[in-house]
Design a protein around this ligand. Sequence first.
Ligand code: DGL
Length: 263
Amino acid sequence: MSGQPVLFFDSGIGGLTVLREARILMPGRRFVYVADDSGFPYGAWEEKALRAHVVGLFADLLKRFDPEISVIACNTASTLAIDALRAAYPGHPFVGTVPAIKPAAERTRSGLVSVLATPGTVKRQYTRDLIAKWAQKCHVRLVGSENLAGLAETYMREGFVDEEAVGREIAPCFIEKEGRRTDIVVLACTHYPFLANRMRKTAPWPVDWIDPAEAIARRALSLLSERAVESFDATDDLAVFTSGNPDAAQRRLMHGFGLRVMS
Ligand code: DGL
């Protein structure tokens, strides 16, 4: 194989929501998708341990795949480890994924915005700083969900999801205050767009759901050199599972996204 690939990294299937946008924007590129399934879910990890874990994984990934850039298609990892990754691997471009608080603050009419994320992302100083910087005039509710990333994994593997459970997880996003209502929910975990239809269905009232996938893919495209644009066979795109042992459903899913599972 020739040409350096674009590497996508997530704890599981969430980064596929970004990869599918990247495929549209950069059809001539080769992709490697890395699912750290042995570390999933990231939401509950202790911060220091997760940072060291992610930085450690990249030593091997950069050596093995020699990507042109790496997209950390995971809010939970980006908000914690993006600076450490850049420091550990200077010269290698990393694109991060952070909660889309700025566009939400620009777009809200009611001034009530909710950020739906893993408990890890909600806790991060990075997230608090984004709110202080961009959303001072809004009321931002941070909603940490224990179960939504897992529900998205189940849904994508098995085609079924417990809608009531989705409804319960998103319910705290909806607030009413002095005659105003939440009008924007930021999907600050890359797994969540897979459940967007179920969220719409179980939401108490309609809101805008902000999915930053396209913006992240655009950012990645802007960092790529022109010379790397070539045509590759679909079979050149790879999926890697850190467990080394994906089950049949995971394999099927990756295959559906045009990725050949490396074993
Ligand atoms: N997809 C990840 C994110 O964007 C997190 C899922 C998890 O590992 O809990 O935050």
